[in-house]
Design a protein around this ligand. Structure first.
Ligand SMILES: CC(C)(COP(=O)(O)OP(=O)(O)OC[C@H]1O[C@@H](n2cnc3c(N)ncnc32)[C@H](O)[C@@H]1OP(=O)(O)O)[C@@H](O)C(=O)NCCC(=O)NCCS
Length: 255
């Protein structure tokens, strides 16, 4: 769920065609906006079950809405905790650091496009994504989803994919998108191949991403991860980013 998806005020639900196709059963998503009440959120979720008939409804709401899970349970829904997503942001102009010279946009190195899928597959192989909260989402298909997403971005928007090279070969990757009406760049998928971790590769990658965002006219960089991913949040601290919001993810089913 991207920064822009989270920004709306009300309760917004839709079928997830990509997930439905991938996992072979109906999946829908709902985002509870900040300015809705818990009653409105419950009504929106129940309406989404009626209209979209999902097996699993992946729901996100601001993490301070601590009563909402109980309210949904009282309406007969099974509520499975999946993750807490934390968003951080930083000033795009604040980038400084070594190693960013070896960060290249895929658009300038099209011969590396084929490496993006394999890099994402290795980087996220054991990643504890929210999908794994429900046994219905097969882990191999979850990983395939991330790989397909990265390959699609590499094919369609190579200017939004940045690679950190080590000895000329891709060691870390970031996929990005312009959000907030072009005022910000969001990092969607990013990480370092396990063989290259612990050597400043990710720090250099993000320094390059910040530089590219600034050069493209973005004022801010926005990025998110699971609250449990303290390693990457330490890296963000080192780059001057700050936490800005937290979102609860749950999987809802009819009880
Ligand atoms: C988290 C991850 C991106 C770190 O990549 P990396 O190239 O090893 O990171 P770097 O060597 O550049 O380290 C930068 C900083 O991150 C933090 N960090 C990195 N790995 C860490 C670890 N295992 N434990 C604690 N802190 C860690 C440190 O603050 C480090 O700075 P320091 O070395 O000065 O202490 C990498 O482990 C990864 O790709 N993980 C899986 C995917 C992922 O989590 N992606 C990000 C969120 S979607």
């Amino acid at each position: 769920m991207s920064w822009d998806d989270l920004e709306g005020a009300g309760v917004d639900a839709s079928a997830s065609e990509v997930d439905t196709r991938r996992f072979g059963f109906p999946v829908a998503r709902v985002r509870v906006g900040r300015r809705s009440t818990d009653d409105e959120a419950v009504a929106g979720v129940l309406e989404a079950f009626e209209r979209l008939r999902p097996d699993v409804l992946v729901a996100r709401w601001p993490a301070d809405r601590v009563r909402l899970a109980g309210a949904l349970t009282r309406h007969g829904l099974e509520v499975l905790p999946a993750d807490t997503l934390v968003y951080w942001e930083g000033d795009a102009a604040a980038a400084s650091g070594d190693g960013a010279d070896d960060v290249v946009p895929l658009a300038e190195a099209p011969h590396l496009a084929g490496a993006v899928g394999d890099l994402v597959a290795a980087t996220f192989a054991d990643y504890p994504t929210h999908y794994l909260a429900s046994r219905a989402f097969r882990p191999d298909l979850v990983l395939a989803g991330y790989v397909d997403w990265a390959r699609r971005t590499a094919g369609e928007h190579p200017e939004e994919v940045l690679l950190r090279l080590v000895d000329g070969a891709p060691a870390a990757v970031a996929t990005t998108a312009r959000v907030d009406g072009g005022r910000a760049t969001e990092v969607l998928l990013a990480g370092t191949h396990p063989d290259h971790r612990g050597r400043g590769v990710y720090r250099a990658l993000l320094t390059g991403v910040l530089g590219a965002a600034c050069a493209a006219g973005s004022q801010r960089l926005v990025i998110s991860t699971q609250a449990s991913n303290t390693a990457v949040q330490r890296a963000w601290c080192g780059l001057g980013l700050r936490p800005v919001s937290a979102w609860t993810t749950v999987h809802l089913r009819r009880g």
